[in-house]
Unconditional design. Sequence first.
Length: 252
Amino acid sequence: MSESKPAGQFFDAAIELLRLVRDEEAAHISAAGEMVADTVTDGGRLFAFGAGHSSLPAQDVVYRAGGLGLMNLLTVPGAVGVDVVPATLGSALERVEGLASAVLENSPARSGDLLVIISLSGRNQLPVEMALTAREMGIKVIGLTSVAYADGTASRHPSGTYLKDHCDLVIDSRIAIGDAELSAEGIDAPFAPASTVVTSAVMQAVMATAAGDLASRGITPPLLRSGNVDGGHEWNRRVFAEYADRIFFRHA
């Protein structure tokens, strides 16, 4: 056990969450990896989406050394990351009706593709509408969310539903409502969020599962190598060329 200091307490909390998700969500992670491998095998394209800080785990599997080169980031202008000014605008955009549909309908995504939607709460208009629209388009949806929010918060979608209600597969991040693992005397608000640690690990576990699944089928996984190792750029150029019709992060 770590010393009773905030840093050690946070590491303990994060490690315990990772163990919980590893053990309790193993079947869902395995199934998600299989869905990714199926999509690659069938010629489909892969997309990941998250708004605000939920975009970080999505970005982490796009154009990533050691990752699948076919994973593309589906972006919603102003809602990815906190680079928009003011940052609060990103939160407001998550509640705008019609935005997700407009983005999807003008994206390269089509029937037969796969979309991973990451949303901690899964309660806002944007992720719910994204999942609804994607499935209407024939796109498979994996939702990575905290199911606890559906039990303890009110949906902000007119239907009263959550992201988890509109997915082909749901992975529960097991993050508590509020996303803050620590509290302490003299600190008025809970602090130390762990959702990024957990959801990023889940995304990498899904990608690793998919790579192993593809290899077991006799298919060479389209993995990228680091550009900072000799031969990395040459390797990646071959992947880009072979899968040019399924990679969109290189297009203007």
